[in-house]
Design a protein around this ligand. Structure first.
Ligand code: 26W
Length: 838
């Protein structure tokens, strides 16, 4: 039977209006005479959901029929943000929807703010996964995301008396129209228990008898592509008890234990771990990881078997799994478990298939961020998987014995020990650990870093030995961001101006065409329009600052922005030090001298991991310094410093288009890539940064567009030590003489100039060289940082040149579209081809 025609693409406002009203009535039980903002938002969302579902079904039907190779992007985090405007604009329905809403008495942009961000991620890694889904859908690539439907996402940050407080993110209370619950897509996931072994001849059969089981239920989140019918899918798993509750206990009046099983099961997908860069060693985190990976692999294998029966040797032609950092790495052991224990394959066949279907992305080299699970914990919760990992490790070490047989014995043994998957804890030799990164490298056909410098660094540091063994396994895939969310939709005026200039909107899916803006940089009329758009975006951010802080800011000031997770390596502290220096300089000036000062509004935003005290100190310092400066009548017209609370995707969408200058100032060699730097570049914000992560490639692109004479770094404000010098400088820190301006600022902070606090621990962390501090070399980079800040001011005084550069930034940002990144993954790692709905 032909499927009922639910909806043609509604292009007239009247149809949209009546469709939305129908949703208000029949879905939300609202009164069409009194459509509140929340009802209007919901009516709109439920209406759009139907269009999305229709497209998703068409896409899945086509893919089922043609059976192409799929990529499955396994990630513990997807930082999606809001969906309403993204959906409307991806479907190119802005006009009719905006007008239909007017008929209801609402403005679309205002209404969009009713939606809560889906903050199912910490930062860069989670947002990258979201941008990748957007690119995959837009490029018609057969692929799904798989992750966790956290009941509580990233905590909301509240600043109370200057201090960060964490409030649970209750994002589901109003319901979530963007997901479809799938009670029919359920898989059991087991934990604990013991192993039963039966030996028949040389063959050993292992049966895992778990003592805990939960149910994974699927929720599908349709992912619209831009300017295509194709709609992808993000499948998120919720954990549920096998029995809603224990009736027996309930009948005996033991209500608490009746709810016990329910509580324990639901705890697994209850909350996102809010730590980036230091893994929580808690068993619940391991359970989360195994839970979503097991459900995902079972789901993929079930679909595969429907088509190909048990011809598992075909699996590598039909499926590949990208591991987003080590978080889903237990999938390697789970694949072996499913193929050997459930499907009856022998070990060699199962291992061969496994290594052909997994690929691994590393996102950090910070030693404390590399996940290592105690064998004891792993054995308790996943006894069969622990045994599989031990077998993989044994075989791996035997392989290395062979491979390295030329080496002298002691040297060889040392290399094997360094590459072991299971190894002693270096701080406590009694404890054995499973090194998840090592398992990921051994079990994957490809390993990649996320920017060129990072991919080079991992080959010579954390994976040096592995690189010696498998040089061809290692690749680079420089990150990218979706130009739709981060330019077209969040900076609509700039997008319109670009389209006008280029005479086509094709650049939205072919970002290299942005290069066509280059001649416009020389056009004074165009530059005027370009600045007018920036000014309007600054008004919008100004209004936001007023809403969040109560203060008015002058939008003719330079907007100087640093937004990202708060971390010592990202050096927000260094930024504050230069703001204090600027404050001191202005204070020391005569009124006449002050007339030449470039007025700046400095903005810092970002969350600190709840247990990261040093990061929380930095937030307090920003607030305290801001309070001093912003209330000083001599200074407040020339300098402001604000910490904006609760940085998230939606706030970024307002901040980034309004930036004149953005700061990406990590110690060289520490920021794997960075992705906001790309968003700022696209939006024509000049960059002040170190030669780190993707900054280097951004600088290369900006140099390239200026012609053959330009050097890398021209057009940006680059400072600081080179990555290659960092190890040596760290060793020499004890002898380092600090700049007098540094000492002056440190004295001010220590005297309690800012707030009632002396910030002792924070100050010590960059000064007390005897205890091996200032690991991130703030003192080292301080003077050149101040110098480059002066260059910024000088450039600002030449607005023609500033705006010229701004245009060239956007013009040269094409490389950093996630479309480019994803097509490289598709060609060089996944081997998947586009398949578009006609
Ligand atoms: C809980 C353990 C843990 C450890 C590391 C959680 C999350 C991480 C990630 C590595 C944190 C993260 O988001 N890393 C960032 O990934 C981005 C996308 O590739 C890069 O652009 C950033 O440079 C990197 O810090």
């Amino acid at each position: 039977r032909k499927r009922a025609e639910t909806s043609k693409k509604p292009t007239d406002p009247e149809t949209v209006h009546s469709d939305v009203l129908a949703k208000v009535e029949f879905n939300s039980g609202g009164n069409r005479g009194q459509v509140t903002a929340l009802l209007a938002y919901q009516g709109l969302a439920w209406n759009l959901r139907e269009h999305l579902m229709e497209r998703m079904i068409a896409t899945q039907n086509l893919w089922r029929e043609k059976d192409p190779k799929f990529v499955y992007y396994l990630s513990a985090e997807f930082l999606m943000g809001r969906s309403l405007l993204n959906t409307i604009q991806n479907l190119e329905l802005y006009e009719p929807y905006a007008q239909a809403l007017k008929m209801l008495g609402y403005n679309l942009e205002t209404l969009a703010e009713k939606e809560r961000d889906a903050s199912l991620g910490n930062g860069g890694l989670g947002r990258l996964a979201a941008c990748f889904l957007d690119a995959m859908a837009t490029m018609n690539l057969p692929g799904w995301g798989y992750g966790i439907r956290y009941k509580y996402g990233m905590f909301k940050q509240i600043i109370k008396d200057g201090e960060q407080m964490e409030v649970p993110d209750v994002w589901l209370t109003d319901g979530n129209p963007w997901e479809v619950r799938r009670p029919d897509v359920v898989f059991p996931v087991s934990f604990g228990g013991k192993l039963k072994k039966t030996v028949t001849g040389s063959h050993e059969l292992v049966e895992w008898i778990p003592d805990e089981q939960v149910i994974a239920m699927a929720y599908d989140v349709p992912i619209p592509g831009f300017n295509t019918q194709n709609t992808g899918n993000l499948r998120l798993w919720e954990s549920l008890p096998v029995n809603e509750f224990d009736l027996d206990a309930f009948n005996k009046g033991d209500i608490l234990s009746a709810y016990n099983e329910k509580g324990r099961a639901e705890a697994i997908t209850s909350v996102l771990y809010p730590n980036d860069s230091t893994p929580e060693g808690k068993a619940l985190r391991l359970k989360q990881q195994y839970f979503f990976v097991s459900a995902s692999l079972q789901d993929v294998l079930a679909r595969f078997k429907k088509v190909h029966g048990n011809q598992f040797d075909l699996l590598p032609e039909k499926a590949c799994f990208q591991l987003n950092d080590t978080h889903p790495t237990i999938g390697i052991a789970e694949m072996v478990h499913l193929l050997v224990d459930k499907e009856g394959l022998d070990w060699e066949a199962a291992w061969g298939i496994t290594t052909k279907v997994f690929a691994f992305t590393n996102h950090t080299i910070m030693p404390e961020a590399l996940e290592k699970w105690p064998v004891k914990v792993m054995r308790e919760f996943l006894p069969r998987h622990m045994e599989i990992i031990e077998t993989i490790d044994t075989q791996w070490q035997a392989f290395l014995e062979e491979k390295l047989s030329e080496m002298p014995k002691a040297e060889k043994q040392a290399a094997i020990d360094r590459m072991a998957i299971v190894h002693p804890n270096q701080w406590n030799k009694e404890e054995m650990l499973v090194n998840m990164a090592h398992l990921a490298v051994v079990g994957s056909h490809t390993v990649n870093g996320v920017a060129q410098i990072h991919s080079d660094i991992i080959k010579s540091t954390i994976f040096k030995d592995f690189h010696g063994v498998f040089p061809l396994k290692f690749q680079n895939k420089t990150n990218g961001v979706t130009p739709r969310r981060w330019l077209v939709f969040s900076n609509t005026d700039l997008a319109t101006l670009i389209t006008e200039a280029l005479g086509t909107q094709e650049w939205m899916t072919n970002c290299k065409l942005l290069e066509g803006l280059k001649p416009f940089a020389e056009d004074a009329e165009f530059r005027k329009k370009w600045s007018a758009v920036k000014r309007k975006n600054k008004e919008r951010l100004g209004a936001k600052i007023r809403e969040l802080t109560g203060d008015d800011v002058d939008t003719s000031s330079m907007f100087d922005i640093q937004i990202k997770r708060i971390h010592e390596y990202k050096r927000q502290f260094l930024n504050v030090l230069s703001v204090i220096r600027r404050y001191n300089t202005i204070k020391a000036m005569t009124p006449e001298e002050r007339k030449s000062v470039v007025p700046r509004v400095c903005v810092i935003a970002g969350k600190a991991a709840s247990s990261y005290e040093r990061a929380k100190d930095i937030i307090r310092l920003v607030g305290a310094v801001g309070d001093t400066i912003n209330t000083d009548p001599e200074v407040r017209d020339l300098l402001r410093l604000y910490f904006l609370p609760d940085y998230n995707v939606s706030l970024a969408e307002v901040i980034i288009p309004a930036a004149d200058l953005s700061q990406h100032i990590s110690t060289a060699g520490t920021e794997a890539s960075g992705t906001s730097n790309m968003k700022f570049q696209m939006n024509g914000s000049l960059i002040l940064g170190t030669m780190d992560g993707a900054n280097i490639e951004i600088a290369e692109e900006i140099a390239a567009i200026q012609g053959p004479d330009a050097k890398v770094g021209d057009g940006l404000f680059i400072f600081g030590v080179d990555a290659k010098d960092v190890p040596k400088l760290r060793k020499e820190r004890k002898e380092f003489k600090t700049d007098p301006r540094w000492d002056e600022i440190m004295d001010m902070i220590k005297k309690g100039t800012f707030g009632n606090d002396k910030f002792e621990a924070l100050v010590d962390s960059v000064n007390d060289m005897t205890v091996g501090n200032d690991w991130f070399l703030l003192a080292n980079d301080f003077a050149t940082y101040l110098d480059v800040q002066d260059e910024v001011d000088a450039m600002w005084k030449n607005q023609d040149e500033w705006v010229r550069r701004s245009i060239l930034y956007t013009a040269s940002s094409g490389k950093f579209s996630s479309d480019r990144t994803i097509s490289q993954y598709a060609e060089e790692i996944w081997d998947v081809q586009p398949l578009a709905v006609a």
